[in-house]
Ligand binder design. Structure first.
Ligand code: GLC
Length: 382
């Protein structure tokens, strides 16, 4: 076996073990981690599904069906369905009132590409979920989130202005999380619809949603979705592109703006679907610069040059396998094959070295957070 084939084989074997061990037959989904994360999380399960599809396994479809089981009557998709114990993410006992990036359309596309045609019945759920986002969360042409949890990047330096510090401490963040939970406004049916202190249109959330809309159009032939996705990206590119950082900033509608331009690796994701190829290439190119994002097991979540950077701390610098997966798709779309191959290799080596960790040190590959974390199995799909 040559080097690449050997790496691939070890990644596939490891990913399969992680998926099998996390699978809960009675519930129809994988827990992200047995002790640290014993519930269903929206975007985690989408990445699990993409991983199952890489093995041609029907559990790809089961896992998405489990995600949609939590869908509200109005189409809104909660970011968590609780396992055995409840969890305080809004007023409801069984599901969260918040959402997370809509990776589900990419997951359906992956299932279909793997020949799992039973995924077709999920398309209606996916359209209703996207439609709810467009209806409930569209402000001034952009989609907004009303709590940092909804971006999926919980303790990102982009939220530092709310915390009032760039030096990271989980306890301080928990206080802010709880405070922003208390200032959230919920509709009568329990959906988070507003927040008196936090309304933000993140570059990455909008990118993933626009990509979902455009992908949905190609799956269904319904061009209305392409129009919505393209228009969302045009607005983001117009309002949020920032030459000084070579990325898209977040647009803050309610709250302090000071940290919204901190460079982070998820802020290159508009390259998944933005029309402006100049901006896409500029943003992605930064991932090749060792003074910024590039690292042996990278990319770093935050550039090494930032005061907020910490190679080992939660959302402050480590590499994240699920983001890498999306970034590789973006690089391939932009014809940056060398970057896509480098990221693929770095991610596979990181997954192996870290023991399929939730996230890892971008320089050493040391596993951090929960180990193993099921979404690291998405590396098998690269
Ligand atoms: C953390 C992450 C979030 C993820 C969840 C479960 O809260 O920030 O993105 O979905 O863990 O893995």
């Amino acid at each position: 076996m040559d080097g690449a084939t050997d790496l691939d084989a070890r990644v596939r074997a490891g990913a399969w073990r992680v998926l099998e061990q996390a699978w809960q037959q009675a519930l129809g989904y994988c827990r992200p981690h047995r002790r640290a994360y014993p519930h269903l999380w929206l975007w985690d399960s989408c990445f699990h599904s993409i991983a199952w599809s890489a093995f041609g396994d029907e559990r790809a479809v089961d896992e998405l069906a489990a995600v949609f089981e939590g869908q509200f009557a109005n189409g809104f998709l909660p970011h968590m369905r609780y396992g055995r114990r409840t969890y305080k993410r809004g007023p409801l006992a069984t599901v969260s009132s918040f959402t997370q990036p809509p990776v589900h359309v990419r997951a359906i596309a992956a299932a279909r590409a793997a020949g799992l045609t039973s995924s077709d019945k999920l398309i209606e759920h996916a359209s209703r979920a996207l439609d709810a986002l467009w209806r409930l969360r569209m402000r001034d042409g952009l989609l907004v989130i009303v709590h940092p949890w909804e971006a999926g990047t919980d303790d990102s330096p982009r939220w530092d202005a709310w915390v009032g510090s760039t030096s990271w401490q989980r306890r301080r963040w928990s206080r802010v999380d709880r405070h922003l939970l208390a200032t959230t406004v919920f509709s009568d049916d329990g959906v988070a619809v507003d927040n008196s202190e936090f309304v933000v249109a993140p570059a990455s959330f909008n990118a993933i949603a626009a990509d979902a809309a455009i992908t949905l159009a190609s799956l269904t032939g319904d061009d209305e979705w392409r129009t919505r996705g393209v228009s969302l990206m045009e607005t983001l590119d117009e309002r949020a592109w920032d030459d000084a950082i070579g990325q898209w900033a977040d647009v803050v509608l309610v709250g302090p703006v000071d940290s919204s331009r901190t460079p982070t690796s998820d802020a290159v994701l508009p390259a998944l679907c933005v029309d402006n190829s100049g901006h896409a290439v500029t943003a992605l190119s930064q991932l090749t610069d060792p003074a910024l994002f590039a690292a042996a097991y990278g990319p770093r979540f935050t550039p090494a040059s930032e005061p907020a950077y910490r190679a080992d701390a939660y959302w402050r610098g480590p590499a994240w396998p699920q983001l890498n997966y999306l970034t590789v798709l973006a690089a391939r779309r932009c014809g940056m094959t060398e970057l896509a191959d480098e990221l693929t290799n770095a991610t596979k080596r990181g997954a192996l070295r870290s023991g399929f960790a939730e996230y890892w040190n971008p320089d050493t590959g040391e596993g951090l957070g929960a180990i193993p974390q099921t979404w690291a199995a998405v590396t098998a799909a690269l």
